[in-house]
Design a protein around this ligand. Structure first.
Ligand code: UDP
Length: 324
């Protein structure tokens, strides 16, 4: 099978590319390297088994000629190219909206034209500021005001979901939508604010771990290789077309507890420093206090269950950070 991955040099995209190569597929990556990095693919790019089946295009998905060619060539498309990370979005507000909304529209248009199956990466951000758990795909969504720019990411991803569902309804495009919950693992960078690589890096350097707010906010972390299995499983499941799926882990943990777990696992002498949100972000920042997925829907369709628990995830991230 020929597989196109937009954002394939990114953290999740690179693991997905590797898994498809392992399966014997031909993989086409397009990535503008805005947040992705060629370093993410070097480890498997030179592998003799994969060399002749991996094609990398350092380009933007707004390059119409390249995207026409790639979408025409491939049988399935994973659209992962997007602005990622709360810090990146706050620092690049306009570009983030543009890539998320216009970029996704472009991909959907081409997939519809060539009648190619497409999977869209959305985000648990779409739920907004709920306090209940678990979050179910059919839940209402609650956002803050537009002066708090964090919500632009949620709103843009929600618009992607509407566009995808509109294509499904009006042109019969097979499109599956996935809401990813705090995916973590090797190759994720802390540069755009992501908490686990930042904590691990701080702990390995015996620097204070920077917990924002009081650290009572919770998340449910999912290992990247589990996410990849879920994405590939959905792509193969016909009934996933026109549907939205949570992809997430099981263990809810507060950020303060996560910091303690990382300090323990690294054997670091780091302390934990509580940093007020106003200091960490701009004045109007608003965090999500709780984020736990229901994974019943994806479980009942493809039998997905995350295999990697949080301790194993932390160990793997520490190992990767030590190697690089
Ligand atoms: N966070 C933190 N310290 C950091 C980076 C992040 O306390 O150095 C917090 C952040 O405020 C959020 C949680 O960790 O509550 C997860 O942040 P991340 O950016 O990884 O993902 P989010 O869930 O916000 O998309």
């Amino acid at each position: 099978m020929r597989v196109l991955i937009t954002g394939g040099a990114g953290f999740i995209g690179s693991h997905l590319a590797e898994a498809h190569l392992e399966n014997g597929d031909e993989v086409y990556i397009i990535d503008d390297l805005s947040t992705g990095s060629l370093k993410n693919i070097t480890s498997f790019q030179k592998d003799e088994r994969y060399k002749s089946r991996l094609f990398v295009f350092t380009d933007t998905i707004f390059n119409n000629d390249v995207m026409l060619e790639l979408t025409g060539t491939c049988e399935v498309v994973y659209h992962l190219a997007a602005a990622v990370g709360v810090r990146y979005i706050l620092e690049n507000p306009l570009e983030s909206i543009r890539i998320n909304i216009q970029g996704t529209e472009k991909v959907l248009e081409l997939c519809s034209k060539f009648k190619k199956k497409v999977l869209i990466a959305s985000s648990s951000e779409v739920y907004g500021k709920h306090l209940h758990a678990p979050l179910v795909e059919s839940d209402n969504i609650i956002y803050g005001p537009s002066s708090k720019f964090r919500w632009s990411y949620a709103a843009s991803k929600l618009m992607d979901e509407f566009s995808a569902l509109a294509y499904y309804r009006t042109s019969g495009l097979w499109v599956a939508i996935t809401r990813l919950f705090n995916t973590v693992g090797p190759r994720q960078t802390g540069a755009y604010g992501m908490v686990l690589p930042r904590f691990v890096d701080q702990a390995l350097h015996n620097q204070p771990l920077t917990v924002y707010g009081e650290g009572k906010q919770t998340r449910t972390f999912t290992y990247v290789k589990d996410v990849v299995q879920a994405l590939m499983g959905l792509m193969q499941a016909d009934a996933a077309g026109g549907e939205v799926f949570n992809i997430g882990g099981i263990e809810e943990i507060s950020i303060l507890d996560l910091a303690q777990r990382v300090v323990q696992a690294t054997g670091s002498s780091s302390t934990i420093r509580l940093i007020p949100y106003e200091e960490a972000f701009e004045k109007d920042f608003e965090d999500m206090q709780r984020r736990v997925p229901s994974i019943e829907k994806i479980k009942s369709l493809i039998g997905f269950e995350p295999k990697t628990d949080l301790d194993a995830i932390i160990e793997n991230v520490i190992e990767y950070a030590k190697e690089t």
